[in-house]
Design a protein around this ligand. Structure first.
Ligand SMILES: [Fe+2]
Ligand SMILES: [Fe+2]
Length: 324
């Protein structure tokens, strides 16, 4: 028999009792994941919520729409995987991973709802991303879904870690509600950095197959983002043909068109290399360099600070809690 016990650090302990020996008690730490629920609100949020970085504003808006489809999909496939999980520690990791993703999706939905309230045509974009992931769910089996999740989630620590490190040009001058939504989400993506890979390795275990889904994963994500940019230009006044979208060429060359242009080239290259390396079956997801600021975020949360406007330009607080 076994049971879970929560301890003050948030870590959960798995207690196993060997009934045959009557005295054998084993204690195993199973998960550090915490499910946090900051109460974000986004009334009257601007479409270009960081006016100093419109290309990045648009990228984050697309991220908010995309997350609704993606994380709903992640919750569905993790529920499906449950019947195939035989290790209680992996089951607990999957349960907490799924809960974190569900909360992320709910928070981004609030951001999107505020954008749709201002620009009603964007409702079509919500339906589009949900339909894209429903279609993906219907067309493939559980093995594919878990490989998709593991490959994608594996890249998040290099990517979101870099965005956290370069948070100043990306978020500091932007609406603190949107900036804080993203930084919370990025920190928790790093916190559960090995969850999807752990589930995949336990349920499927074919590490080469995870690589084989990569081309269709990249096509799916790219087409989803491009379709969202098209929806923005169709339904948001002033966005059609705006410089911060650029063309294929200007997206490569033009500062306005690249959402990551404010990140030094050296760090963008490092991000790309580490993102590709994360796909290597031998990559150690658990032991990756983590931005020190993520610990700052967790420490402020633990001491009860308002994390809904923790970073950026506050809309109602005198100053953000953290301005580093
Ligand atoms: Fe998430
Ligand atoms: Fe995630």
């Amino acid at each position: 028999m076994f049971g879970l016990v929560a301890v003050p650090s948030g870590r959960q302990l798995l207690l196993t009792l060997d009934m045959s020996s009557r005295s054998h008690l084993t204690v195993v730490a199973v998960s550090d994941l915490q499910v946090r629920q900051p109460a974000f609100t986004f009334d009257d949020v601007e479409f270009l919520w960081n006016p100093t970085n419109p290309a990045y504003s648009v990228f984050v808006n697309a991220l908010s729409f995309w997350v609704i489809g993606l994380e709903r999909y992640l919750v569905r496939i993790t529920k499906d995987a449950d019947a195939n999980i035989t290790d209680p520690a992996v089951r607990e990791e999957a349960r907490l991973f799924m809960q974190q993703e569900a909360v992320h999706s709910k928070a981004h939905r609030r951001h999107v709802k505020a954008l749709v309230a201002r620009f009603p045509g964007l409702h079509a974009a919500v339906e589009m991303v949900v339909a894209q992931y429903d279609d993906l769910y219907d067309r493939h089996d559980l093995r594919y879904h878990l490989a998709y999740a593991a490959a994608l989630e594996g890249t998040f620590t290099p990517v979101f870690g870099t965005l956290i490190e370069h948070r100043a040009p990306l978020f500091r001058d932007g609406d603190a509600r949107v900036a804080s939504l993203c930084l919370w989400h990025f920190c928790e993506e790093i916190e559960h950095r090995s969850s999807a890979v752990t589930i995949y390795d336990h349920v499927v275990g074919d590490r080469a197959y995870r690589l084989r889904v990569l081309p269709s994963l990249v096509r799916h994500v790219n087409s989803g983002f491009n379709a969202l940019l098209h929806e923005f230009q169709t339904h948001v006044p002033g966005e059609a043909g705006a410089a911060h979208y650029g063309s294929t060429i200007t997206r490569l060359l033009g500062r306005n068109a690249n959402p990551f242009a404010t990140i030094p080239l050296r760090d963008r290259i490092r991000m790309a290399i580490r993102g590709i390396a994360s796909l290597d079956p031998r990559f150690d997801h658990e032991h990756q360099p983590i931005p020190a600021w993520a610990d700052t975020w967790f420490a402020h949360y633990d001491q009860g600070d308002d994390m809904t406007q923790f970073y950026g330009t506050a809309t109602h607080l005198a100053t953000p809690v953290d301005a580093s």
